[in-house]
Write a protein that binds this ligand. Sequence first.
Ligand SMILES: [Zn+2]
Length: 309
Amino acid sequence: MSICKGIARKRGRNPIGIFIHNDAGSKNANYAYYKNWLPKHNLENGFAHYYVCSDGTLQAEDDSNMAWHCGNEYGNTNYLSIEVCQSMGNLTTFKKNETKALKLAAKLCKKYGITPNSSTIKLHREVYPTGCPHRSVEIHGGTVSKTKNYFIKKIKEYMGDKTTTDSGIVFTYAVKLTDGTILPSVKNTNDFAGIRGKKIAAVSIKVNKGKVKYRVHVLGGKWISWKTGYDFNFKNGKNGYSGNENKAIDAIQIIYTAPSGIKKKVKYRVSSVNGDYYSWQIGTEKTNGQDGYAGNYKTAIDRLQITVK
Ligand SMILES: [Zn+2]
């Protein structure tokens, strides 16, 4: 059940666009704040589907429900709403939140088949007398049209990033759980491999172009030797997958060698059981705060994503 419990009712069809808001909240109005505040707030005074903050993104209402976010019936009925939070605080923090919000908008556009343009990506002040989104307008040229153009351009760019089909490189991968269940394979970021809350025991990976090798780290144990094969049935332990029987794993490393002339890398991430994803890891790089592997020794993982960078 969502925090706002469908109070504005079900939409009954897919959203046709997205409103980008600024919350005009203080720097302290972050994820933790909204999570606590929204259930006590009189929702008739307004709420949005998503609150994008420096400490996380809060989904306060399901996409399939409406939200009272823009004071305009058509907008409330047909559009999703994203609040870029901490808009009264530090500019760097706000800009980071805005980027995250636009990436989220890109994901939602893909999910619902929304083409970003002037009628699908909307600002609150287009339909209601408000300064919202005050900070975004201020930093993107001072007008509605300039701000919208920036949003649309970025959302389109982020939608492109996700497809990664320009190179045609596709990673196909599957996982086996500690209870022995083998889950269907997935490709790139079309989905993730795993089930939230269920520990992963083994991984199998292949790629359609170039070469991939991989290994996993057993929880409380060590790294298993590198594997290059792919065996969706998880029977060929010699080379078809990486894992030690049904023991939980806590980290993974992947090395990708692209065909000559193609400058592409592998990018992957895992999430702790019932937790959030850790940062993306590129190959075995250790620059920019990367660990050289995805995961965290001593914490079992439940989801895996692999794609092209
Ligand atoms: Zn607004």
